[in-house]
Design a protein around this ligand. Structure first.
Ligand code: SF4
Ligand code: SF4
Length: 327
């Protein structure tokens, strides 16, 4: 995503997930802990995403020092990567509220990679553990900013804007062909959240990590995607030329595979992440042995029985919402 031109960006349609068809089975297969994370996020933390604001506003004269202090605070709360982007009211979902904020503090946390390789209930639980932890960090940060006398709002993965785009703008990484952010620190195996605010902060801005060239010559995620959903070429979506995943093709497999994450798991950028390098070795062997999407599904089914027969008779009617965003 190096050198992405956002001049013509416009609000984008939110990905729909065919919940009416798959959600009951999807949720039935969740572990009890996963359901607990789900409840905490949806029913407890979501109500706390906006902060009360201290009427005694702090005067911020040094935005750089304030940004450093906020980033230290985010890491102290448990995030592993953090950066600051300018908030862009055009870079949101078209059903979301525009907030009266200038900055987006974007932060991320790694998923345990050895669990991610096991595509199944355990990795689904790991995804929700990380999202729950990020939501908690977001809510605590939001309220700490409110105590300075400035407005703030938590934006979880189900929030108001596409987090990978803001992660890019905050300098945390670049968008990969698989549609997610790739980070020099956490590879492709992490999740993001954000807090927007009007607290004056110095912005980090995007960085070129050279991933665009790597994705141009790599086809691993496209080859291993069971839905053939990952476009080998960039497309213009909502005014921006970028890598694109067809959510209508992804969704049936995403639902059946406990939140499919094959594209993230096989991405070799993870081998460059210091913390995850050793864990990726097992996946590198799986990639070599499986060779393609069918081979990978067979390997996953052997390691974690998927019981795909539960889905027989269920019909997924994709809504071609992604077409609405094309120019
Ligand atoms: S698997 Fe290859 S093409 Fe896909 S996102 Fe990773 S580096 Fe890019
Ligand atoms: S989540 Fe699965 S189906 Fe969706 S794009 Fe990635 S590999 Fe393909």
């Amino acid at each position: 995503m190096g050198n992405v031109n956002l001049e013509d960006v416009r609000p984008i349609t939110r990905r729909r997930n065919g919940n009416d068809v798959f959600s009951p089975i999807f949720q039935k297969r969740m572990t009890p802990l996963c359901k607990w994370y789900f409840f905490m996020r949806a029913k407890i933390l979501a109500d706390q995403r906006d902060t009360p604001v201290n009427p005694h506003k702090a005067v911020i004269e040094d935005t750089r020092a304030m940004a450093i202090s906020i980033k230290e605070m985010v890491k102290e709360l448990g995030a592993e990567i953090v950066g600051i982007a300018a908030y862009n009211p055009s870079l949101i979902y078209n059903d979301a509220d525009v907030v009266d904020h200038k900055y987006a503090i974007v932060f991320g946390m790694a998923m345990k990679y050895d669990i991610m390789v096991d595509i199944g209930p355990k990795s689904q639980e790991e995804v929700h553990r990380v999202y729950f932890t990020l939501d908690e960090i977001g809510v605590r940060l939001t309220h700490r900013i409110g105590a300075y006398g400035y407005g703030a709002r938590t934006h979880p993965n189900t929030g108001d804007f596409p987090l990978p785009a803001y992660g890019y703008l905050a300098g945390l990484g670049e968008l990969g062909k698989h549609g997610c952010l790739m980070s020099p620190d956490l590879g492709s195996s992490f999740r993001l959240s954000a807090v927007t605010t009007d607290l004056p902060l110095e912005i980090d801005g995007p960085q070129d990590y050279g991933y665009n060239d790597i994705c141009t010559s790599c086809d691993i995620c496209t080859r291993f995607c069971p839905g053939e959903a990952i476009s080998p070429q960039k497309e213009k979506i909502a005014g921006v030329v970028r890598w694109h995943v067809d959510s209508d093709k992804c969704q049936p497999f995403f639902s059946k595979l406990f939140g499919c994450k094959i594209c993230l798991s096989v991405c070799p950028i993870t081998a460059r992440a210091p913390k995850l390098r050793d864990s990726y070795k097992e996946m590198a062997k799986m990639v070599r042995d499986a060779k393609d999407a069918a081979g990978m599904l067979a390997a996953i089914d052997e390691a974690t029985p998927l019981h795909l027969e539960q889905f027989e008779g269920l019909k997924f009617e994709p809504k071609r919402i992604s077409d609405l965003d094309r120019d």
